[in-house]
Design a protein around this ligand. Sequence first.
Ligand SMILES: Nc1ncnc2c1ncn2[C@@H]1O[C@H](COP(=O)(O)OP(=O)(O)O)[C@@H](O)[C@H]1O
Ligand SMILES: [Mg+2]
Length: 644
Amino acid sequence: MSGEDTHAPAAGDPLAAGARAGGQRAARAPLRATLELSRPAARRLALATALGAGALAAAIGLIATSAWLISRSAQRPQESAVALAIVGVQFFALARGLLRYAERLVGHDAAFRVLAELRVRVYEQLERLAPLGLPTFRSGDLLARLVGDVEQVQDLLVRVLPPFAIALVVGALTVGLLAWMLPAAGLILLLALLLAGVLVPWLTGRLAARAEARQAVARGEMTAAVVDLIEGAPELAVNGATARQLQRALAADAELTDVASAAARTAGVGQGLTSLCAGLAMWGGLVAGVAAVRAGSLDGVLLAGIALVPLVAFELVAPLPAATQTLAAVRRSAARVFDVMDAPAPIQEPASPRPRAVQAADAAHPAQGRANVLCVRGLHSRYAGAGDWALAGVDLELAPGRRVAVVGSSGAGKSTLAGVLLRFLPYQRGSVALDGVEIAELDGEDYRRVIGLVTQDAHVFDNTLAENLRLARRQASDEELLAVLAQVRLLAWAERLPAGLQTELGERGARMSGGQRQRLAIARALLADFPLLVLDEPGEHLDTETADAIVADLLAGAPERGTLLITHRLSGLAEVDEVLVLERGAVIERGTHAALLAQGGRYAALWERERAYAGGAAPIGAGGGSAAGGALRRPRKTWKDQPW
Ligand SMILES: Nc1ncnc2c1ncn2[C@@H]1O[C@H](COP(=O)(O)OP(=O)(O)O)[C@@H](O)[C@H]1O
Ligand SMILES: [Mg+2]
């Protein structure tokens, strides 16, 4: 393998590709991207538009034939043309309704297909970004993008493009029809339609774009404020900040109301102007028609049609101001959706992943029959845009049966190391190899069947206790679940739950204490039975005694597992094979607990400090904020208080 501080030739390429994708973000034009995405539904959309055009053409045919029929009937003629016109009226009246119905059916079907496709793409992208690419988006804002914006985007295909296409085609036909009857009337209609179909939408569109820009921002702000308000309720209450946060939500709400009324005003002005144009066209046609009849250049029976056709023709342009307004909304929403879609994934999956050197003997028990040796050499990792290395030359070896601890103060790079080892984060130099294969070349999901992670803030899903555990292993029996709960000392608690394993845990495990959530996360990892397990500060939300007990259990249980224990507490580390002291991303000391104490360096100093604090005070290096946050939600108990 490659030496220290050099690009690992095997790992270099895929990682560099990831870095490049992160560096220059392809700025896709959001509307074009939406259209590209809709291409599979293009024929359905074209059909829907044709049906819509047919419906409006039928409406115009209906008014023209009826007007002629009524005028002609007044002359009491005895001709077959009248009978034909009666059939025409019936035909157009029926066709109009049927075509409109069919248009709605086909159009929405197509739009929903595009919507479904887009949703799937967004979820896939979220999967690529999670867990470490997401923090750039606020979670409430992300929710708004997922639900509202994605849905808004489909309006392009239902409410924006078809009305314009229909207005263009049917408008030209109608103007042609009128011009054939009376050129002057055709010209008047053309001018009025242009005014109402181009100038008015342009005007309302400009106003709407301004409102939309404000609205999308206000909507994101509103969602974020409300999510913060609900999720941070305990912290806000304790710090007396609820009123301020409420003010923030109210301000966002006021802004939204303001924008909505501006949009309504714009829509109203658009509709008013369109009606005005329609009236002008009708009167213009009538005046020109009367003059032509007087002059003898127009048959009187056509006069009614000339006056009435323009009124119906304005059905064509009536939806256009709203369509331009929607277009502005769609553009904003599409931009926000494709912001997420085009966000660079922190890690690029290899185009053709290499198989693991040692394959699973039994998928249900991945621990069996493998080497699973993870070898880290000269590891350097840096966050995108950061100047300093978060990890600057780490060497370590993790193998089944081996227990390694990484200690270091806050910000030393411990969680970054966990992220890199799980292949959530890229590394730029050095090598991380599983059984001799660089992990960048392995399929991420396959690789993560070998190595598991318990984080500081494990998520508890709004589901039953059993389902929360079976996330780790679908086919686990109830007995296995109970056994693993016993291992993390949650069994007595689980047995006291109203419905046992089937008890709903509430959103984010609302019915559990911080420590119980943490232990549930550990239970999950134990159940998954990873050959290698990384524990990132598993005692973070626990009181020191419970934390120490859990760590001791973890190290004592499953001796065949390889464990990397990241911790800021040193007690219990006598049990591990090697301790690495990390500072500013570099290993400054390494060895066994005893050897490090004897060395009298940094580790020995940390040990002294921890012993001085012993008796209940804060552990060294504890992130004060998060520890306090954990304590806030539930009163702390020592593990001896718990009737396990
Ligand atoms: N997402 C991130 N983007 C940029 N820098 C980060 C990010 N996460 C952590 N860092 C930086 O990397 C360093 C190591 O952080 P971390 O691994 O979380 O430390 P520890 O887990 O030891 O407390 C710190 O300087 C931190 O500021
Ligand atoms: Mg950390």
